[in-house]
Design a protein around this ligand. Structure first.
Ligand code: 2BA
Length: 107
């Protein structure tokens, strides 16, 4: 068995969740925050049989989108002068970790 942790953009939460539920995957949804942008994102925990991992990843891939975000630039040019030009960061579609599960029990 594997545990899939997938971090996705909050705007894709419903689409990903609906698609996983439709295919009868059990999911736990966590409200999380990206350490760089400090903005809310969503982390899904999904426990699946080894042979189902690729199917889950494909569903997440189809239902989560890449987005670009502009951030204020705080880098100093010289002598205390700061650039006013924002810089662009690409976020997502999804960041996925697949972990081995030693033991799984529902009591
Ligand atoms: P954030 O940490 O808020 O990062 C948002 C986006 O900012 C990242 O998109 C990446 O394009 C950029 N970024 C992150 N750290 C950066 C840095 N030190 N310098 C420059 N740009 C940086 P994604 O890579 O698609 O990541 C989306 C979210 O997934 C992240 O939100 C974080 O919550 C999570 N994540 C990504 N990689 C991770 C990892 N290796 N471990 C744990 N969480 C991760």
């Amino acid at each position: 068995m594997k545990l899939i942790l997938s971090i996705i953009n909050s705007e894709d939460t419903s689409n990903v969740l609906n698609a996983l539920n439709e295919q009868h995957f059990q999911v736990t949804k966590l409200s999380t925050t990206g350490g760089f942008l400090r903005k809310g994102n969503t982390t899904f925990i999904t426990g699946v049989a080894d042979e189902k991992v690729d199917e889950v990843i494909k569903i997440i891939e189809k239902t989560s989108n890449k987005r670009t975000q502009l951030l204020p630039n705080t880098s100093s040019l010289d002598m205390g002068v700061y650039s006013a030009l924002p810089f662009e960061v690409t976020v997502g579609g999804a960041t996925i970790f697949v972990l081995d599960v030693d033991k799984f029990e529902k009591i």
